[in-house]
Design a protein around this ligand. Structure first.
Ligand code: GRF
Length: 215
């Protein structure tokens, strides 16, 4: 099996990055994490990746005149490492349509809400303010519009009466760590097809990615 050479883009703590790195340690996992790139040199996730023997790079967006220049530098590194798939994992920079277009169908993101509900920031606060009983997270292909694009996997998380934004975020994050590796595995395996906005598992897959609803 030829594993897909994958880069993870982070800005901070990188707990999703860790779950992807750990999943990709499995010999049968169809993606190999070969590069972790951060726009923040101080991002905590970089040292974990380095200690795991993965190439790391910091491309500090602040030293560039604009997004295009910043992305050109990232693209050079992505080319250098012969990257085939990118996972955004808490990467806090908006990407230009040119960059996104160049990676169409090969760029994944995780968002802490059940899209299309609660795009943007502060998703947990918004869910609590609306009084919804079910919240969750989504892995999706990235398209130029923010937090849109075909959905690959979702996990639902019940909202408890006792929840604060922090407690809800923590339970959602646990589920992010479950679905992101599954979603990357599916896309890297190529066992899917896209029909309109729908990402459909190939028939050969016995256990398609479910809507997870923990206990
Ligand atoms: C996660 O909640 C993810 O959904 C969002 O940013 C957060 C990143 O967390 N895009 P981490 O850096 O992976 O711990």
């Amino acid at each position: 099996m030829k594993r897909k050479r994958t880069a993870i883009l982070i800005s901070g703590h990188g707990s999703n990055m860790r779950s992807l790195i750990e999943a990709a340690r499995g010999p049968d996992f169809p993606a190999e994490i070969v590069l972790v790139l951060s726009n923040k040199p101080e991002a905590g996730g970089l040292s974990f990746a380095k200690d795991s023997g993965i190439a790391t790079a910091a491309v500090d967006h602040k030293i560039y005149a604009g997004r295009e220049e910043f992305e050109r530098s990232m693209q050079i590194l992505l080319d250098l490492h012969r990257i085939e798939l990118i996972c955004l994992a808490g990467f806090m920079r908006l990407l230009t349509p040119v960059f996104v277009g160049g990676w169409s169908g090969r760029l994944l993101n995780i968002h802490p809400a059940l899209l299309p509900a609660y795009r943007g920031l502060h998703t947990h606060q918004k869910a609590l303010a609306d009084g919804v009983k079910i919240h969750g997270c989504t892995v999706h292909f990235v398209v130029p519009a923010m937090d849109e694009g075909p959905i690959i996997a979702q996990a639902a998380v019940p909202v408890l009466d006792t929840d604060t934004a922090e407690s809800l975020a923590a339970r959602v994050l646990e589920q992010e760590h479950v679905i992101y590796p599954k979603a990357l595995g599916l896309i890297a395996s190529g066992q899917y097809r896209i029909d309109g906005n729908r990402v459909l598992c190939a028939e050969a897959i016995q256990e398609p990615l479910p809507l997870r609803m923990p206990g």
